[in-house]
Design a protein around this ligand. Structure first.
Ligand code: ADP
Length: 196
C-alpha cells in the first residue's frame, strides 16, 4: 500500500510567522518540520565548521550559498526517511534551491503538494522583527541595516519562488495578519482542501 505523504512549503517574508505556524502544523499533520534558519543557528551554537561558515552570511543578512544550504537540507531529509511528510520553513529561498528540492523529492518518489504564503505587509513585518529582536538573542533581528538587507534579498531572490510553484498550480496565499489561531485555521483549511 502506498503511504500518503504531505509535503508543504511555508513561505513568506522574514518575520511573517512561518516558524510559529510550522510548529503547529508539524503536530497537527504529523510532519517533520525543517527550518533551514534553525538548522544554521544550531550549527552556530555548536560551533561547527558549517555554523561558522553560515554565520558569515547570516550576520550580514545575506543568503548562505546554495550548495551549503542544499547539502544540509538533503542530510536532514535523509535522516527522516520514515517521515509522513515534511514542512519546509525558510527553504527554498532561491530558484536553484527550488529545483534541487524538486529533484530530491522526485528521487524519493515524492513531490511538493503545496506552497502556502503568509502574506504580511512590510511595515508590520518591520515592527514584528524589531519586537522579536528585543527578547530573542538573534543578532540579525537587532540591526536595522541587516533587517533591511534581508528584505531586499527576499524581494529579489526569494519572492519569485512563488511564481515558480504558481506555474505548477501549487501556490496558495493567505493573510498572515490576525491571531495565531485564526491564521492556523486558515492554513488548515487550505491544506484540507488540497487533493493529496
Ligand atoms: P527569517 O525568516 O526571519 O529571515 P530564518 O531563520 O528563516 O529567519 O533565516 C535566518 C537567516 O538564515 C537568513 O537571513 C539566511 O542568512 C539564512 N538562511 C536560512 N534559510 C536559508 C536558505 N534556504 N538559503 C540561504 N540562507 C538561508
Amino acid at each position: 500500500m502506498d503511504t500518503i505523504m504531505l509535503n508543504l512549503i511555508l513561505f513568506g517574508p522574514p518575520g511573517s510567522g512561518k516558524g510559529t505556524q510550522a510548529e503547529r502544523l508539524e503536530e497537527a499533520y504529523n510532519l517533520v518540520h525543517i527550518s533551514t534558519g534553525e538548522l544554521f543557528r544550531s550549527e552556530m551554537e555548536e560551533g561547527t565548521e558549517l555554523g561558522i561558515q553560515a554565520n558569515e552570511f547570516m550576520s550580514r543578512g545575506e543568503l548562505v550559498p546554495d550548495e551549503v544550504t542544499i547539502g544540509m537540507l538533503k542530510n536532514k531529509m535523509l535522516a527522516h526517511r520514515d517521515a509522513e511528510g515534511f514542512i519546509f520553513d525558510g527553504f527554498p529561498r532561491t530558484r536553484p534551491q527550488a529545483e534541487a528540492l524538486d529533484q530530491l523529492l522526485q528521487d524519493l518518489d515524492q513531490q511538493i503538494d503545496a506552497l502556502i504564503m503568509l502574506d504580511v505587509p512590510e511595515d508590520e513585518i518591520v515592527k514584528r522583527i524589531v519586537l522579536r529582536g528585543k527578547d530573542s538573542n538573534r543578532p540579525d533581528d537587532s540591526d536595522p541595516e541587516v533587517i533591511r538587507k534581508r528584505f531586499q534579498v527576499y524581494q529579489t531572490k526569494t519572492a519569485p519562488i512563488f511564481s515558480y510553484y504558481d506555474e505548477k498550480h501549487k501556490a496558495h496565499k493567505i493573510s498572515g495578519l490576525g491571531t495565531i489561531d485564526d491564521i492556523f485555521q486558515h492554513l488548515c483549511d487550505t491544506i484540507d482542501s488540497l487533493h493529496v
